[in-house]
Design a protein around this ligand. Structure first.
Ligand code: MN3
Length: 202
């Protein structure tokens, strides 16, 4: 099987009280795991089983919808676990902080705009901070398990931060209060990891 479920780099309860342990356990062990299983089934015996998930995403329009949904799900959640962590939150520093201030005015403005992108996504999807083709930061949003790497995305770029706004990411604790989940989610963003991805994407 070419694709595997990455280990969660912290305990299920490590993001409490902002994200509860039961949500993390189901989200990682059931939802992400199902995307990996279904992706493996969808690529089995085909040339794309030898490609990286990034390469698949970049040419996603060439593949069946099962690859789009589950490949996106696998890429998106792998990024999501990595850019969160315990003892996190706060604000970025260094060149990432400078780039955020220059693109969005200041950090609070950036947070407001990303939260609006997530809260405003009808149904299920993601809000993203991306580095676009000219090396500039942009906030964008995609439906379902699409992402900005995909050739079908309205706004394309390399995601360096993503907020999952599917109900499965927050419903047990926050029910219909998606904006409250996003507000709490800032407390678990691992800015060191986002900064690494920013440097790599530039
Ligand atoms: Mn999810």
């Amino acid at each position: 099987m070419p694709f595997t479920l990455p280990n969660l780099p912290y305990a299920f309860n490590a993001l409490e009280p902002h994200i509860d342990a039961r949500t993390m356990e189901i989200h990682h062990g059931k939802h992400h795991n199902a995307y990996v299983t279904n992706l493996n089934n969808a690529v089995a015996g085909k040339p794309e089983e030898n490609l990286s998930i990034e390469e698949i995403c970049k040419n996603i329009s060439k593949y069946p919808v099962a690859v789009r949904n589950n490949g996106g799900g696998h890429y998106n959640h792998s990024l999501f676990w990595a850019i969160m962590g315990p003892n996190a939150g706060g604000a970025p520093t260094g060149t990432l902080a400078d780039a955020i201030n220059s693109a969005f005015g200041n950090f609070d403005e950036f947070k407001t705009k990303l939260a609006a992108a997530g809260a405003g996504r009808f149904g299920s999807g993601w809000a993203w901070l991306i580095v676009d083709g000219s090396g500039k930061l942009q906030i964008t949003s995609t439906p379902n398990q699409d992402n900005p790497l995909m050739d079908v995305a309205e706004v394309k770029g390399t995601p360096i931060l993503g907020c999952d706004v599917w109900e499965h990411a927050y419903y047990l604790h926050y029910q219909n209060r998606r904006p409250d989940y996003i507000t709490a989610w800032w407390n678990v963003v691992n800015w060191e990891e986002v900064a690494k991805r920013f440097t790599a994407a530039k």
